[in-house]
Each structure stands twice: as structure tokens, then as C-alpha cells.
Design a protein around this ligand. Structure first.
Ligand SMILES: NC(=O)C1=CN([C@@H]2O[C@H](COP(=O)(O)OP(=O)(O)OC[C@H]3O[C@@H](n4cnc5c(N)ncnc54)[C@H](OP(=O)(O)O)[C@@H]3O)[C@@H](O)[C@H]2O)C=CC1
Ligand SMILES: CC(=O)C(=O)O
Ligand SMILES: [Mg+2]
Length: 534
């Protein structure tokens, strides 16, 4: 098993598409500085990307890429880095969503570690079965809220695998230092429970004490096995567990929740950048969210925090500029007693309203943000529209709708990518407000500084660094996020800002502090280069 897993994540392939690799060089002799000319014909990556383009169906491209990752990890990353805008929608949203839905039927080999309830009492042993010891980043899910697709149980493994491939390609973390984990406590998805190809435990989800005891054993075992500097990213947990896990382990482990915190950081960055186009300050805006779960309340809180920092007004006051709608309507004070705890800070004084349209009429927001996981729910024009739900099928509106409804006045961003839109002879470039801009750089900054805890100020630092990468040239094109093609440079800046904050807060253990953190981050990044022997 051990050698199998090793081959799976780190091995060099005899089926390598590279003309050079067929000479049988080991891992070491081809790693290192890239002296080959990138524009020479028939490099392994140009051959591979051309062969990938032969597939018309995105899921087939996904499967081909996953096979390539297994056969030749370096080539996979070279390809992804060199073609990030083209391949991100394949290894990540939206295609990864379809892959998770069909995971059982496209399953070839385990790509990460599954820890099931059956391993209760033995989680440390299970972790020790993973062949790599020097783990720096773990992305873990229990599969209960995969994108906006609901409970996909063990099939959610596509998400930690996809997120970690971005940690490497976009953020520069070594692939061998990444560990995707799916906690299998069952699923409440009846379709999967009745599916002969379902790969997980065929039982209803464990809940309450059984669930929390199991998660506690996992968190304890991770720290025991990898030490306190291993970063644990919680991903796509349902909100009834996500907030509690974050609160519980945020003070004892190096953890963050990507859906609550990473998303908040990327959206705040987009808002700050959009002020350059709209004018004014955050405090001049009124925000309305459709969806009051992890993403919605996470973003709302970071906006309120930033407004409070800018204006020196207490956060309890700045929250009043932000309104949220959930499946029952506007969150207002008369509902307070029945609300989940994470919604309560948003229960402002107002008469009850049971739908988005009436809430828009009453609140008159200047920014409308969709975090409901429900597609096609926006029908109203606004100057600033973010349709964040993933995958594309769940987006609250399309880019084309946003631009045509507002006759080109809207600044628009979405969680999954949309193509540029032409309207009245003008080309509009929709932004991708996805936490993929943030978590690779944020995580890398934590790793290179040896941070031991995540602090809200680090999320603000990440957000500020991302907004700082939007240039006048981008603003002139109406863009509020920099091009993903520059993501490694962007990630280095995010990592440096996060690391700087970790040092400032006394949470960094890697001493002495490097003088130039951007240069340091760049120098630490994994780069999947081939060496030329000519
Ligand atoms: N772009 C990005 O980077 C990210 C995007 N997302 C996306 O955001 C979406 C939501 O994720 P998350 O916040 O974690 O999910 P949650 O389940 O935590 O929250 C969903 C929220 O939407 C509300 N809701 C559901 N249906 C409706 C409806 N018809 N009308 C109004 N509100 C509704 C729910 O209401 P109630 O509470 O009453 O059930 C809940 O408040 C997903 O699609 C996810 O993919 C998430 C993270 C990052
Ligand atoms: C992007 C992401 O994390 C989500 O949709 O859940
Ligand atoms: Mg997520």
C-alpha cells in the first residue's frame, strides 16, 4: 500500500509524455532550474495541452488530467501553471463539481486519505499509513456541503484533491507536503446510499457526540503526527458543524475555514478594488446578501470588521450596513430567538420580509451578493453584483444577465468563471470571486512563517495584498481582480503580507524574519521545472 500511494503522489512515470523522460531519469535528476526554452516545439507540456484539447467534454479533460497527475506529477503541475486560466475550470469549479457527483463511476484509485468511522480509535495509525511524513497542508472535508451541490459524502474527495492541487500550482506548496483527507461519517444522500458504485460508508451521517468525538480524535491525531505547524483547512462542511469546529480548534490548532474565511477575504478584496471604480468608501455602501450561511455571514463579518477599522466605529454599528436574506426571508430582530447563532449578529430592526425582491425594495442595497447555493435567483439590477455560488449551475445570475439588465453599468464577479460578455459593442470582463485567489497564498504565508495560529488580521492582510495586485490597466477594463494568469506572483504577495502579519502578531516561529518576504516567498515556491541536458 505504501509504495502504491507513494507512486500515486510523487512518482515519475514510464508513460511520461516527455521526450526527455523516456531515458529513465529518477526524480532528482530532472528537478531543478529550468534551462529549456519554453517556446521550443513539442515540449512535454505543449504536447500534453494539445492532447487535452482533443477532449470536448470537460469531465473527460478532468479524468485525463487526474490520470496525468498520477503518472507524472511534475508534468501535471507544469501544465496547470502554464495554462492556469484554461485548466482551472477543469481541476476546480465547475468541472470538479460534476466529478464529485460522478466520483463513484469515474473512480480509478484513491487520491487522498479516507478516514471512516470504522477507524475510530485508530486514526493516528491511519495517518501513519500515508507515505509522506513532512506534511505542511491538509485540506479536510466530511462531504456534507460540496459546493452548492449538497451532501455528496465520500465523493466530496474531489474537493480536497482539487484544492490541494491549487495549493501547489497557484501557491507553491510542494505536492508531497499536501494531504487531502475525507472524513467518512456516512451520508444522508439517499441516491448515494442506493448507488452500487458509492465508495463510502452506506449509513446515515453520525451526528452529535459521536461526530464530535470522532472529529476530536482526528484533530488530536493530526497534531500528534505532524506537530502544531501543520495547516488544516476545513472545506465544505455543512454550516451546523463548520462554525463550531472553527471556534473549537481555532485556539488550539493552525486552522481556517476556507468557505467562511477564505471567501470573506477574496470578496472583501473585490469590494475594496471596486471602490476605485465606484468611488466612496465601504461605509458608503449598503450590502444585501442572498444566503446567510458560511460564505454569507463570513463575508459580512469581514466587511464589518474592515469598515470598523477604517471608521473607528464599533463593529456592532458597522454590521448595521449589512443585511442578509436566508431561506425564510430577511434576517430581522423578531426572528432572533429562532436563528442559528451565526445569524444573530445580523438580526437588525426591521419588519419581516419573506423574499429577496421585497428585501431589495426595502433595503435599497448598493451591492448584492449571492451566497445561497441556489441558481438563477437574482432578477434585479444593482451597481455591484456578486453571484458567488458554485458550480456555474448554482450561480445566482450569469454574467450576461448582470451586464444586460444594467445596460453595462454593473460591476460583476462570480464564484465560477464566465466568459467575457459583449454588450453594445463593449467587452466586459467578469471577475472570478473565488477563494482560490486567497487560500494558496494565505496557506503558503502561514507555512513559510511557521505560523501557529490564524488570526482575522491575516485574512485582512491577504485581502489587502490581493487588491494591491489590481493595476490601473485592470481598472480601465472594469476588472476588480487581477488576471489568474499572474496567480503565482499574486500568491507570493499574499503570502508575504500574511507572513508579515504573523510576525507582527508574534505568531510566527520561523526566525529570524526574512527581510524581504516577497522574495523569500518566491524563493520557497515549488516549481515543476525540467532540466535541459543540452
Ligand atoms: N465563490 C466562492 O469562493 C465560494 C462560494 N461558495 C458557494 O456559496 C454557496 C453557499 O455556501 P455556504 O454559505 O457554505 O452554504 P450554507 O449552506 O452555509 O448557506 C446557504 C445559505 O443560503 C440560504 N438559502 C438556501 N436557499 C435559499 C433560497 N432559496 N433563498 C434564500 N436563501 C437561501 C440558506 O438559508 P437557511 O439558512 O435558511 O437554510 C443559507 O443561509 C455554495 O454554492 C458555495 O459553492 C462558498 C464558498 C466560497
Ligand atoms: C469555492 C468554494 O470553496 C466553494 O464553493 O465551496
Ligand atoms: Mg468550499
Amino acid at each position: 500500500m505504501e509504495s502504491f500511494l507513494k507512486e500515486q503522489r510523487g512518482g515519475e512515470s514510464v508513460l511520461d509524455l516527455s521526450p526527455r523522460s523516456t531515458v529513465g531519469g529518477g526524480v532528482e535528476d530532472v528537478y531543478g532550474e529550468d534551462r529549456a526554452s519554453e517556446d521550443q516545439l513539442a515540449t512535454p507540456w505543449t504536447v500534453s495541452v494539445a492532447s487535452l484539447r482533443q477532449y470536448d467534454v470537460p469531465l473527460h479533460k478532468y479524468m485525463a488530467l487526474m490520470e496525468l497527475e498520477e503518472r507524472n506529477e511534475r508534468l501535471f503541475y507544469k501544465l496547470l501553471i502554464n495554462n492556469v486560466e484554461e485548466l482551472l475550470p477543469i481541476v476546480y469549479t465547475p468541472t470538479v463539481g460534476e466529478a464529485c457527483q460522478k466520483y463513484g463511476s469515474i473512480f480509478r484509485r484513491p487520491q487522498g486519505l479516507y478516514i471512516s468511522l470504522k477507524e475510530k480509535g485508530k486514526i493516528l495509525e491511519v495517518l501513519r499509513n500515508w507515505p509522506e511524513r513532512a506534511i505542511q497542508v491538509i485540506v479536510v472535508t466530511d462531504g456534507e456541503r460540496i459546493l452548492g451541490l449538497g451532501d455528496l459524502g465520500c465523493q466530496g474527495m474531489g474537493i480536497p484533491v482539487g484544492k490541494l492541487s491549487l495549493y501547489t500550482a497557484l501557491g507553491g506548496v510542494r505536492p508531497s507536503a499536501c494531504l487531502p483527507i475525507t472524513i467518512d461519517v456516512g451520508t444522508n444522500n439517499e441516491k448515494l446510499l442506493n448507488d452500487e458504485f458509492y465508495i463510502g460508508l452506506k449509513q446515515k451521517r453520525a451526528t452529535g457526540k459521536e461526530y464530535y468525538d470522532f472529529l476530536h480524535e482526528f484533530m488530536t491525531a493530526v497534531k500528534q503526527n505532524y506537530g502544531e505547524k501543520v495547516l488544516i483547512q476545513f472545506e465544505d462542511f455543512a454550516n451546523h458543524n463548520a462554525f463550531e469546529l472553527l471556534a473549537k480548534y481555532g485556539t488550539t490548532h493552525l486552522v481556517f475555514n476556507d468557505d467562511i474565511q477564505g471567501t470573506a477575504s477574496v470578496v472583501l478584496s473585490g469590494l475594496v478594488a471596486s471602490l476605485k471604480l465606484l468611488g466612496g468608501t465601504l461605509g458608503d455602501h449598503t450590502f444585501l446578501f442572498l444566503g446567510a450561511g458560511e460564505a454569507g455571514t463570513g463575508i459580512a463579518e469581514l466587511i464589518a470588521l474592515e469598515m470598523s477599522k477604517q471608521t473607528k466605529v464599533p463593529v456592532e454599528e458597522t454590521r448595521k450596513k449589512i443585511w442578509l436574506v436566508d431561506s425564510k426571508g430577511l434576517i430581522v430582530s423578531s426572528r432572533k430567538e429562532s436563528l442559528q447563532h451565526f445569524k444573530r449578529p445580523w438580526a437588525h430592526e426591521h419588519e419581516p420580509i419573506d423574499n429577496l425582491l421585497d428585501a431589495v425594495k426595502a433595503i435599497k442595497p448598493t451591492a448584492l451578493i449571492g451566497t445561497s447555493g441556489v441558481g438563477k435567483t437574482f432578477t434585479k439590477e444593482k451597481p455591484l453584483i456578486m453571484a458567488l455560488s458554485n458550480p456555474t449551475s448554482q450561480a445566482e445570475c450569469t454574467a450576461e444577465q448582470a451586464y444586460t439588465w444594467t445596460e453595462g453599468r454593473a460591476i460583476f464577479a462570480s464564484g465560477s468563471p464566465f466568459d467575457p460578455v459583449e454588450f453594445n459593442g463593449k467587452c466586459f470582463m467578469p471577475g472570478q470571486a473565488n477563494n482560490a485567489y486567497i487560500f494558496p497564498g494565505l496557506g503558503f504565508g502561514l507555512v513559510i512563517s511557521g505560523a501557529i495560529r490564524v488570526h482575522d488580521d491575516m485574512l485582512l492582510a491577504a485581502s489587502e495584498a490581493l487588491a494591491g495586485q489590481v493595476t490601473q490597466e485592470h481598472y480601465d477594463k472594469g476588472m476588480i481582480y487581477p488576471p489568474l494568469a499572474n496567480i503565482r506572483k499574486i500568491s507570493a504577495h499574499i503570502a508575504a503580507n500574511v507572513a508579515a502579519k504573523a510576525y507582527e502578531l508574534g505568531l510566527a516561529t520561523r526566525l529570524p524574519r526574512p527581510a524581504d518576504l516577497v522574495k523569500y516567498a518566491e524563493s520557497c515556491m515549488f516549481t515543476p521545472n525540467y532540466r535541459s541536458y543540452r
